[in-house]
Design a protein around this ligand. Structure first.
Ligand code: CA
Length: 226
């Protein structure tokens, strides 16, 4: 039976935006990040609805993967309904990536292009697949990861909470080990800081808090566009 030894969470407006569209919910062993989209603060509304859906935790006795998927479906319904009924929120949407440690596995539920990573031993492993135009092109072998990182349409998302009445949720279960480091993040980090730079920060920082602050600084130094 593993437990969460240490966790750190933070979000930053960056340098170019008026509002922060990212929201998170942290109550170990449950961690959620959501990155909203939509004009006039609608993205912030969508991502907040998404993370709030997790405030009651997971229902007892239910399969954690199904429970996470149900919560994301419920959030999708609420965001979709609000986007349709309120002109200020028309077209809003959000990514959602959730991770839940149970026993000795981590269950990851995922929609969109936020990400979950695992640092284990010498490897930084991306555990989620981006539901984005470039993510699909990479999966089909039409683009390399390097081309995707600088592609002009890299922010085009192909699956999100909000646009449709139902959403397909990716659920994956990963065996965890003592010493594993899991990282959830939005593209505010990954669009600014390449994975090759993320890894040494996670490996060399004296604490998770130092690592988190250093990654936020790196994203801002790279332009802080998101
Ligand atoms: Ca973003």
């Amino acid at each position: 039976m593993l437990r969460i030894a240490e966790h750190f969470h933070d979000s930053d407006l960056g340098r170019q935006r008026q509002g922060n569209e990212d929201n998170y919910y942290v109550r170990a062993p449950l961690f959620v990040v959501a990155d909203g989209m939509g004009g006039a603060q609608a993205g912030e509304v969508a991502s907040e609805i998404a993370v709030r859906q997790f405030e009651g935790g997971l229902p007892d006795g239910e399969d954690p993967g199904e429970a996470l998927a149900d919560l994301i479906q419920a959030a999708n319904s609420r965001i979709h309904a609000q986007a349709r009924s309120d002109a200020h929120h028309a077209g809003m949407g959000t990514t959602t990536t959730a991770a839940y440690l149970t026993g000795d596995t981590v269950v990851v539920a995922h929609v969109g292009d936020s990400r979950c990573y695992l640092l284990r031993a010498d490897d930084l492993i991306r555990l989620t697949h981006d539901h984005s135009l470039v993510g699909e092109l990479v999966a089909r072998g039409k683009l390399t990861e390097e081309q995707a990182e600088s592609h002009p349409q890299r922010s085009v998302i192909t699956r999100a909470l909000g646009p449709e009445p139902d959403v397909q949720v990716d659920i994956d279960v990963f065996p965890a080990r003592a010493g594993d480091l899991f990282m959830l993040c939005s593209d505010g980090l990954t669009s600014m800081v390449p994975e090759a730079r993320v890894k040494p920060v996670l490996e060399s920082a004296r604490s998770l808090e130092d690592a988190g602050r250093e990654l936020i600084s790196a994203a801002n130094e790279a332009g802080g566009r998101d």
